[in-house]
Ligand binder design. Sequence first.
Ligand code: ZN
Ligand code: ZN
Length: 279
Amino acid sequence: MVDNAPVKTIQHDGLTIEGYSRAAVQSYWRLPELKLGFDLGAQPWSFMATETWFVTHGHLDHIAALPVYVARRRMMKMEPPVIYMPGELIEPMHQIMQLYTRLDRGRMPCELRAAEPGDEVELSRELVVTVSATKHTVPSLGYVVWDRRRKLKAEYRDLAGDQIRDLRLGGTEVSEEVRRPLVAYAGDTSPAGLDACPAMYEAKVLIAEMTFVSSDHRKEKIHKFGHMHLDDFVERRDRFKNELVIAAHLSTRYHVQTVERMVRRALPDMLDGRLMLWL
Ligand SMILES: [Zn+2]
Ligand SMILES: [Zn+2]
């Protein structure tokens, strides 16, 4: 396999989370078992077979590789991918791809779909993605992937199989839909983007940005630019119900050791061991 872009990988309870994310460099994430990815700041060759993507916003470190990815899939004779993104991005992205087609003489087959807060995207019977508003300097969105099942309603759980069958045959709806948030991806946002979507705090895995950690970088200014600070995590420490919180998109101004030292000082228990720095 060609190794053209760094990818860090972890496993959590049957889910593989792969990606890379540093502010102003590039962000991209993939969940192979869910057959989807978030953001296209670059495109590792190994991510090419994933055909559904959710882009959070139009900053180049999150979207620059979209034409490259689309062209590669065409070249490899794969189906055109489906890429969701804030509606404002669709028209300019079509224009960008037309211009690349003039340079490259290759078609750019893909389906760009507009997403907006409140939308629900059904990927399969078991998987639904919901869209929420985030707060950045350009139109931006966050995404939550839900596991959706039908379960027997509580009032019928003590019944025998044939009783349930009879109810069902009699036209009674014995089951109900149960949803569980699996993975939340907040993208670039001030803490308002997390706070506006409770499922971000409930998802099994949360991928959030922690662009700044140093006390020299003032929080108010960071919020104005639509980013999060280590202090925002400290303030919200009791709200994270996630099994795993991935803090990513760290500024390149910091060395890895500096980030680790500052985060461990501010959160010595690393959210009971659930906080992971993606460095
Ligand atoms: Zn970014
Ligand atoms: Zn951004």
